[in-house]
Design a binder for this molecule. Structure first.
Ligand code: NZQ
Ligand code: ZN
Length: 385
C-alpha cells in the first residue's frame, strides 16, 4: 500500500425530503446565494419550489443562474461570476448533476483566481473559493463529494482539482431521481463504475481492503442498476446506486494505491469534440477496449475483477477468464442501452481521431496502469470504431 492522505469534508445529508432542509443547511455559510440549475428538470419535478420555500423559511435570499448545459461551458461560468460579483453573493448552491455542480464550483473559484480558466488550462493555484452546496438530481459524476470540476472551452474539456471546491454540504434524496430518463440512468451508472475502475486497476501491491470494498461497490451498483431499468421509481435501488456513486468518487476507494484515469482523459476528448456525447456513454464504449488493450500489464488484477465482480468461474486458463470478464462487462453496458462503438456515437474513420489522441496525451502520456502515449490512445479509439 502507498502513503496517502484522505480528506472528505462534505456534510452528506441523505434521504426522503432532505432537500427541504437546504435553507437551514446553507444559512450558517451565507444569507445571499447564487442558485444554479440546468435546463428545467427541477421546475418540472417540483424540486425548485421546495428549494425556494426552504431558502425563504430560513431568511436566505438568492439570485438565479439557469440553463447550464450538459458538458458545461465556461461562458456560463462567466455569467455566474458576473452575478456573484455584482450581487455580492457568498455561497453557490447547485441544484443538478455534474454539469450544474461543476459550473457552480468554477463560479465559486472566482474569489480566489482572477482568471478562473487559467486554473483549468495552466494549473494556476487557487487561493480560496466561495463555499458550494449541492442538491443532487442525478447520481453519476460524484461531483457532490469530489474536489473536481470539469469545464469545456475553446475545443478543450479540462478538469481542475482542489479541496477548496469540495462541496461543504450535499443533499441526496433518491425520490428526486425517479424522473430520470433511462439513458441518463445508464450514463450515470457507467460513469460511477468508471470512477471505481480508474482507482481499482492499479499496479500497487497489497491493496486488499480497498480492492474488496471497490468490488462490492461495483456489484451493488450493477445489481441495483438492473432493478432501475425495470422500475425507475424503486427508491431502495436508487438509494444503493446513489450512495455507490458518491462512494465511487469521494476519494476513499483511491486510498493507498496508484490510480489510472486514462479512460476519463480519453473520454473528455470525445465530449470536447462533440458536446452531444454524454460522458457516461463515451466511457461505456472506451472502457472494455481499454481493458483489452492494457490487461497484460497486470493480468492478476483483471483475473480478480473477472472472478470477484463479473462472477466468471475461476479457471487455470487465466486469459480466458479475463476476456470473459471484459466481455460480460461490455454486455452489461449494452443491457443498459449504452452504445458499444464510437460509430454509434457519430465518429467515423474521417473523424480527427489522431488530433484528438494528440490533444489527449500531449507530449507525454495519460493513465498509469499502462502509460498511454498518443499512438496508444489512437489505437484504442480505432479499436472502438
Ligand atoms: O438540465 P436539466 O433539465 O436538469 O436536465 C439534466 C441534463 O439534461 C438531466 N437531469 C438531471 N437530473 C434530472 C434530469 N432529468 C430528469 N430528472 C432529473 N432528476 O440530466 C442531464 C444530464 O445532466 P448532467 O449534469 O450533465 O449529468 P452528469 O451528472 O452525468 O454530469 C456530467 C458532467 O460531469 C462531468 C462530466 O465530464 C460531465 O461534464 N464530471 C464531473 C466530475 C467531477 N466534478 O468530479 C467527475 C466525472 O468524471 C465527470 O467528468
Ligand atoms: Zn466520470
Amino acid at each position: 500500500m502507498d502513503n496517502f492522505s484522505f480528506q472528505m469534508s462534505t456534510k452528506y445529508v441523505f434521504g426522503k425530503d432532505s432537500q427541504k432542509k437546504i435553507g437551514e443547511l446553507v444559512k450558517p455559510y451565507a444569507d445571499r446565494v447564487l442558485l444554479v440549475y440546468g435546463g428545467g428538470s427541477i421546475k418540472r419535478n417540483g424540486l425548485y419550489d421546495d428549494v425556494v420555500a426552504s431558502l425563504a423559511a430560513n431568511g436566505v435570499s438568492f439570485v438565479e443562474l439557469s440553463g447550464v448545459q450538459a458538458n458545461p461551458r465556461y461562458e456560463t461560468v462567466l455569467d455566474g461570476i458576473e452575478l456573484v460579483r455584482k450581487e455580492d453573493l457568498k455561497l453557490v448552491l447547485a441544484v443538478g448533476g455534474g454539469s450544474v455542480i461543476d459550473t457552480s464550483k468554477a463560479i465559486a473559484m472566482s474569489v480566489g483566481a482572477d482568471d478562473v480558466w487559467e486554473c483549468f488550462s495552466a494549473g494556476k493555484k487557487l487561493s480560496r473559493a466561495l463555499p458550494v452546496a449541492t442538491i443532487l438530481t442525478i447520481p453519476a459524476a460524484g461531483s457532490e463529494v469530489s474536489p473536481d470540476a470539469v469545464i469545456s472551452y475553446k475545443g478543450r474539456k479540462l478538469g481542475f482539482s482542489s479541496q477548496k471546491i469540495r462541496p461543504v454540504v450535499s443533499v441526496v434524496n433518491p425520490d428526486i431521481f425517479i424522473t430520470l430518463p433511462k439513458n441518463q440512468i445508464a450514463n450515470g451508472v457507467c460513469d460511477m463504475m468508471s470512477h471505481i475502475f480508474e482507482r481499482y486497476f492499479t499496479q500497487t501491491q497489497h491493496t486488499d481492503l480497498i480492492d474488496s470494498l471497490a468490488e462490492s461497490t461495483l456489484k451493488t451498483i450493477m445489481r441495483n442498476a438492473l432493478l432501475l431499468m425495470q422500475n425507475p421509481a424503486d427508491y431502495q435501488a436508487w438509494s444503493e446506486v446513489s450512495l455507490g456513486g458518491s462512494f465511487a468518487h469521494n476519494g476513499f476507494l483511491g486510498c493507498g494505491r496508484m490510480q489510472d484515469w486514462g479512460c476519463h482523459a480519453m473520454e473528455h476528448e470525445l465530449s470536447a469534440q462533440d458536446e452531444k456525447v454524454a460522458h457516461g456513454a463515451g466511457l461505456a464504449v472506451l472502457t472494455p477496449a481499454w481493458m483489452r488493450y492494457v490487461y497484460k500489464e497486470n493480468p492478476k488484477m483483471f483475473y480478480q475483477f473477472a472472478v470477484n465482480v463479473m462472477d466468471i468461474k475461476a479457471d487455470r486458463d487465466e486469459e480466458k477468464v479475463i476476456l470473459a470478464g471484459i466481455a460480460k462487462l461490455a454486455c452489461f453496458f449494452q443491457s443498459l442501452g449504452q452504445p458499444s462503438s464510437l460509430r454509434e456515437l457519430g465518429f467515423t474513420e474521417n473523424s480527427p481521431l489522431e488530433e484528438m489522441a494528440k490533444k489527449c496525451s500531449g507530449e507525454g502520456f495519460v493513465g498509469n496502469f499502462k502509460p498511454l502515449y498518443w499512438k496508444d490512445v489512437l489505437n484504442i479509439y480505432k479499436a472502438c470504431l
